[in-house]
Design a protein around this ligand. Structure first.
Ligand SMILES: Nc1ncnc2c1ncn2[C@@H]1O[C@H](COP(=O)(O)OP(=O)(O)OP(=O)(O)O)[C@@H](O)[C@H]1O
Ligand SMILES: [Mg+2]
Length: 224
């Protein structure tokens, strides 16, 4: 599903504060896998996730998704691919606090093809049912608990039915029990066919994935 070959990313190139983050990194992800990426803070995990998500691009290397060469495409193509194929869950949820749960979950449908509002609502409701919080749809995000916010963010990530779900520290702000619940949810989504990549500092989260990759010196190693 994903093949990255010799991906390089440098920030502040040719300046005094130049920082080589990714250095000839390679990664292959098969459809249906659930992968954890671990590694020290500042090593480049989020940078990699943003490149996989087509939020950012690499300086060098090839990135293939579904046998299509992604690296080198225009920003417009990037946002199309992102919207169609990728669901993203971030640590700080990145929800709009003053919107309701339903409004937040519907936002990805506002971009891309025009969809009738009734259909949008139905799809948002289905996504919320999938993550187990359909009863909260009219609540404002500011009134939710951390776990409920994370479920809302996951519902928003899956509303376009993306094959690939990417999560950056999805349980970083949650307690043990809620972390467990959210991981069960990811496992359920994986079982129905979503490919999942999770960045985490939590060994418990990493353990519930099929494969764990460790990032160091700008590349990934298999964790044994
Ligand atoms: N837009 C940017 N401009 C300049 N430097 C950046 C930018 N984004 C990230 N960096 C730097 O690149 C390095 C990797 O950052 P990144 O956020 O990918 O690390 P991380 O592994 O996700 O860390 P953490 O575990 O703390 O989230 C860091 O040194 C960071 O300061
Ligand atoms: Mg990070």
């Amino acid at each position: 599903m994903i093949k990255m070959i010799n991906i390089c990313k440098t920030y502040n190139k040719n300046r005094r504060n130049e920082i080589k983050v990714l250095q000839s990194l390679s990664l292959t992800v098969e459809q249906g896998e659930m992968i954890a990426i671990i590694g020290p803070s500042g090593v480049g995990k989020s940078t990699l996730l943003h490149i996989i998500a087509c939020i950012d691009s690499s300086d060098q290397g090839e990135y293939w998704m579904h046998d299509r060469l992604i690296s080198g495409l225009s920003d417009k193509e990037y946002s199309k691919i992102r919207n169609k194929h990728v669901g993203i869950v971030l640590q700080d949820f990145a929800l709009i606090e003053e919107y309701t749960v339903l409004q937040n979950v519907m936002t990805p449908l506002m971009f891309g093809k025009r969809i009738r509002r009734r259909i949008m609502k139905e799809r948002a409701q289905a996504a919320l049912e999938n993550v187990g919080i359909s009863e909260l749809l009219k609540q404002h995000v500011w009134s939710l608990s951390g776990g409920q916010k994370q479920r809302t963010a996951i519902a928003r990530a899956i509303i376009n039915e993306p094959k690939l779900i990417l999560a950056d520290e999805p349980t970083g702000a949650l307690d043990e029990k809620t972390t467990d619940d959210i991981m069960q949810l990811f496992t359920k989504l994986n079982q129905v066919g979503h490919t999942i990549i999770i960045i985490t500092h939590d060994p418990v989260v990493a353990k519930s994935c099929d494969r764990v990759l460790f990032m160091r010196d700008g590349v990934l190693y298999n964790e044994i």
